[in-house]
Design a protein around this ligand. Structure first.
Ligand code: SAM
Length: 203
């Protein structure tokens, strides 16, 4: 992993994703998360302060060691224990049916093999568990889609593999029986990166 991805990008993402707009989405998504929890694409730990009291244990995975360095201070200040693992969610080492909740915030866009990662999330989730997500992805508007397709090759380079054009709901429905999703353009973001899929999926 190069200097840009390991050192510069984590700082850039931490700065750009720590505002109140993002915090509001984090807080509302995480309000119902409970029990034994897995967060994929933990990044710099910006979700930590928003986890509710019902969380008994938190395991977090992310393959970028530069993210983990920035997350250290937030982890140290956390009221509950956190198991941090430096790995990709395409190959999780956890047993089947382990977690009550799995969380992903703006991460599914960046995982190279998204199908593999979704299968893994499904596998480690308990039969009664729920997958909480908020992701940006493919817009329903043709004029926006055209630019999402054109700019994704550039976005993948500057944002470490991030795709602007993934049809998140379709992808989730391949693996989860129940997908409740709220789709909208986020205020203050360009439409190519601001079409959000927020919801909960179950087996
Ligand atoms: C845009 S950042 C979002 C970080 C964090 N979820 C947040 O909400 O602030 C995308 C994150 O996905 C992580 N990521 C990329 N590929 C991944 C993979 N294969 N498995 C898990 N996380 C991955 C990146 O390292 C980065 O931390």
């Amino acid at each position: 992993m190069g200097f840009y991805s390991r050192v510069l990008l984590p700082r850039l993402l931490d700065w750009s994703m720590s505002g109140e707009g993002f915090a509001h989405y984090r807080r509302t998504l995480l309000a119902d998360v409970k029990g034994d929890v897995l967060e994929i694409g933990f990044g710099t730990g910006l979700n930590l302060q928003h986890y509710p009291k019902g969380v008994s244990r938190l395991t977090v995975v992310d393959p970028n060691p530069g993210m983990a360095t920035i997350a250290e201070t937030r982890i140290a200040a956390s009221p509950f224990a956190i198991d941090t693992q430096l790995l990709s969610s395409e190959a999780l080492p956890m047993a089947d049916d382990t977690f009550d909740s799995v969380v992903s915030t703006w991460t599914l866009c960046s995982i190279p093999n998204i199908d593999q990662a979704l299968q893994e999330i499904h596998r480690v989730l308990k039969p009664t568990g729920r997958f909480f997500f908020i992701e940006h992805g493919r817009s329903p508007d043709l004029s926006v889609q055209i630019w999402q397709d054109r700019l994704t090759p550039i976005q993948r380079v500057i944002a470490d593999g991030c795709h602007l054009n993934r049809p998140m709901q379709t992808l989730l429905e391949r693996y989860f029986k129940v997908v409740t999703v709220d789709r909208f353009y986020a205020e203050g973001l360009p439409r190519i990166a601001g079409y959000m899929y927020r919801g909960v999926a179950a087996k």
